[in-house]
Ligand binder design. Sequence first.
Ligand code: ADP
Length: 225
Amino acid sequence: MILLDRITKTYGNKGPALERINLHVEAKEFVVIVGQSGAGKSTLLKLLTREEKPTSGKIIVGGVDYERLKDKDVPFLRRKIGVVFQDFKLLSNRTVFENVAFALEIVGMSNREIRHTVPKVLEIVGLKGKGDNYPSELSGGERQRVAIARAIVRQPKILIADEPTGNLDPKHAWDVIRVLEKINKYGTTVLLTTHNQEIVDKLRRRVVTISDGKVVSDKAGATYK
Ligand code: ADP
């Protein structure tokens, strides 16, 4: 599903942000990526979404070899990969429904289908009945779940969650993690980066640790250290 083969990424003339990274993630896996600030986690995720290109090495996602990917194909690739960020990135002047619907409008889905699809996704993330609210009327945890709804509404094969709980208190953080687990159970591959040791320890998933641009450990059912 995801294959990184000897990936090196260098920005400008600095030392490599990632150095000869190998990573293989099967379909439907849930992988937690940990590492200190500056370790290279975001760079790794940006290579997968094609926001950045590797300096050397091979990336294959869902059978697509990134070396052969043309710029015009990148939007199609991005439909297969949903992304959520620490700071939610919601549109503040649109309702919850409109925020999620927007992801479908831009791929040309009919209004009828949108009205059918969005409530189903809001139900999955536990926000049934919140469609008419604006983001400012929601808690941080609820906002993050709107962002997750928007990321999964086009049914991506992979969901990337980059520090999704970084701005949340523990209760809301767990609400978000439970939603990620549910989405994974439905068959989506999940890549999660987090600094939250308690979440890593309780999840007991595969943990890939990155330090100074290298994978220093990769263990199933692991704790933080
Ligand atoms: P993490 O997500 O683990 O905090 P990053 O992938 O953001 O780590 O950063 C890894 C290294 O690459 C850091 O040294 C950082 O300063 C550098 N870096 C990240 N993005 C850029 C960029 N756009 N330009 C130059 N250097 C960058």
